[in-house]
Design a protein around this ligand. Structure first.
Ligand SMILES: [Mn+2]
Length: 448
C-alpha cells in the first residue's frame, strides 16, 4: 500500500471558503469525538455494498491520519454475497469484521464508540437496530439515503439524499482534511460511486461528478477489473436462469383508477411510519450542499429528485398526473424463492432493468426467515421507496430512493411452503399499486 503513489484530492472548482469552513468544522467535530474514543466501530449497513465498503475504508484512512491514537475497526452485519462485492471486500477491507446478528449486543460491547457509514440511526438495515443501541449516541452518520422524519440524529449527522453515493461525501472529507489517498482507496471510492450511480447515470449531483472525474485518473485499472469482472461459480448461472424463468412481464394498459379506500390505508401506514421515524423529511436536508451542487452545475442535474418527490409527497401535490407518467411501461416481476444470499434480489433487479421499455422491476425472494424485496424504477420521479414502505407495511422494514428501494418482510414460524405463498401474495399487491392489477402477464422467456 505504501508503494503506490498518493495524492490529496483537489477541491471542486467553485468550492467557496464558506463551504470549506463548514466541512472543515464537520471533520473536526468527527475527529474530536473519535479522539475521546478508545476503540471505535465504523459500522456499515448489513450486506454491505461497494459504496459502504469504500466509505468505511475512507473513514478509516481519515482517522488514521487525524485521530491516530484511536483504534478503529470496520464492521458489518449480514453477508457480502455478490461476487463483485466480495472481491472488493477481500481487496479493500480484508481486516473488517463480520458481527453476527445474534451476538451483536455482546460483540459490540467492546467498542466505546460507533459510527455509521452509508446508513443512519433510524434506518433498519444495520446492527444497531437489532441491539437497541441508542441512536443519539452514534458519533457520526454519513449517508445519502433519504432521511426519515425523526428526531433521532447522530452527534454528527451528515445525510444528503441529493448525493449519489456516500463515497462522494467521504471524498469531500478527504479533500478538505487533506488526507493523501493511494490508488487502491481511489479505486474503491470510484467503484463505490460508479456502482451506486450506475456510472453517473442515476441519482447524481455535481459533487458526484467532481469526485468521479477526479478519482478516475487515480484508478488502478487491474484492481478495478478484478473487482468488476470477477468470475463466478457455475451455480450463479443456475440462480440467474431460475430467476429469469420465474419472471413475468406485466403491462399497464390504462391509467389506474385510484381506489380511495386503499389510498387511505396507504396513507395510514405512511403516517404510522412517520411516528416511528420511517419517512423522508425535508428539514434534515443539508440545503447548503444542495445549493452548492446547483451552483457548481447550473442547469445540468436540475432540482434533486428526492427533494422534489418528497416535497410533493408531503403536501399531496400533483400526484395524479405524475403517477400516470411514471407508470407507463412494463413491469417485470421476478420470484426468486430461496436465495443463496440476500442480495441476489438486488442483482437480478439490476439485470432486469436493462430490458427495453421496462418502467419497474420487482424482485421478491426468500432468505432464511425473511421475504426480501428489491425494487427498481426507470423514472427518476418514481417513488420506489414509498412503494416498498407501503407493501412492507407493519410487518417489515423498507426504504430507499426514488429509483431503487428494498425491504424485508418478517416471516418467522412459517413453513417453506407458507413462505412461498406469502411471496406469491405480494405480487398482486405490487401490481395494484403500480396500476397493472388486471393484467395477467406473460412469462419473460415466452414473450417474443
Ligand atoms: Mn450508498
Amino acid at each position: 500500500m505504501e508503494e503506490s503513489p498518493t495524492m490529496v484530492l483537489p477541491l471542486p472548482d467553485g468550492y467557496g471558503a464558506r463551504r470549506r469552513n463548514a466541512t472543515e468544522r464537520r471533520v473536526q467535530q468527527i475527529v474530536e469525538l473519535v479522539e475521546e474514543t478508545r476503540h471505535l466501530l465504523v459500522l456499515m449497513h448489513n450486506d454491505p455494498d461497494p459504496d459502504a465498503i469504500a466509505s468505511a475504508r475512507a473513514m478509516e484512512e481519515m482517522l488514521r491520519i487525524h485521530a491516530p491514537r484511536t483504534r478503529v475497526t470496520l464492521g458489518h452485519g449480514g453477508i457480502i454475497g455478490r461476487a463483485e462485492n466480495r472481491t472488493m471486500a477481500d481487496e479493500i477491507v480484508p481486516h473488517k469484521v463480520r458481527i453476527s446478528q445474534r451476538a451483536a449486543a455482546e460483540e459490540m460491547s467492546v467498542y466505546d464508540g460507533v459510527m455509521l457509514v452509508d446508513t443512519q440511526p433510524v434506518a433498519a438495515n444495520h446492527l444497531l437496530w437489532s441491539t437497541d443501541y441508542p441512536g443519539e449516541e452514534v458519533l457520526a452518520a454519513i449517508d445519502h439515503h433519504p432521511p426519515r422524519r425523526s428526531q433521532l440524529r447522530a452527534k454528527v449527522h451528515d445525510v444528503r439524499p441529493d448525493v449519489g453515493a456516500s463515497s462522494t461525501l467521504l471524498c469531500e472529507y478527504l479533500a478538505v482534511a487533506e488526507v493523501p489517498i493511494d490508488t487502491r482507496l481511489a479505486t474503491a471510492l470510484f467503484y463505490g460511486i460508479k456502482s451506486d450511480t450506475l456510472g453517473l447515470s442515476r441519482h447524481t449531483s455535481a459533487l458526484d461528478i467532481w469526485a468521479y472525474s477526479t478519482l478516475r485518473h487515480l484508478v488502478e485499472t487491474d484492481l478495478l477489473n478484478r473487482i468488476e469482472h470477477v468470475q463466478v461459480a457455475r451455480t450463479y448461472f443456475r440462480s440467474i436462469s431460475d430467476a429469469l424463468a420465474n419472471t413475468t412481464i406485466y403491462t399497464v394498459s390504462m391509467p389506474s383508477a385510484v381506489d380511495e379506500e386503499d389510498e387511505e390505508e396507504a396513507e395510514e401506514i405512511l403516517e404510522e411510519d412517520d411516528a416511528d421515524g420511517y419517512r423522508s423529511d425535508l428539514e434534515r436536508f443539508d440545503l447548503d450542499i444542495i445549493a452548492l451542487s446547483r451552483m457548481l452545475a447550473p442547469g445540468s442535474p436540475g432540482p434533486p429528485t428526492g427533494l422534489q418527490d418528497e416535497g410533493e409527497d408531503a403536501d399531496g401535490g400533483d400526484e395524479e398526473s405524475e403517477e400516470e407518467s411514471e407508470r407507463a411501461g412494463d413491469i417485470a416481476v421476478s420470484l426468486l424463492f430461496d436465495m443463496p444470499r440476500p442480495d441476489m434480489a438486488a442483482e437480478v433487479a439490476d439485470l432486469l432493468m436493462r430490458m427495453e421499455n421496462v418502467a419497474w422491476v420487482v424482485c421478491l425472494g426468500i432468505f432464511q426467515d425473511q421475504g426480501v424485496m428489491s425494487v427498481r424504477a426507470a423514472d427518476s420521479n418514481a417513488r420506489a421507496g414509498r412503494l416498498v414502505r407501503i407493501i412492507a407495511g407493519r410487518n417489515g422494514s423498507a426504504g430507499g430512493h426514488n429509483t431503487m428501494a428494498g425491504g424485508r418482510i418478517h416471516l418467522p414460524d412459517k413453513t417453506p411452503a407458507e413462505r412461498i405463498a406469502e411471496l406469491h401474495a405480494l405480487v398482486p399487491r405490487f401490481l395494484k399499486e403500480l396500476g397493472a392489477g388486471d393484467d395477467m402477464g406473460v412469462a419473460l422467456l415466452e414473450a417474443e
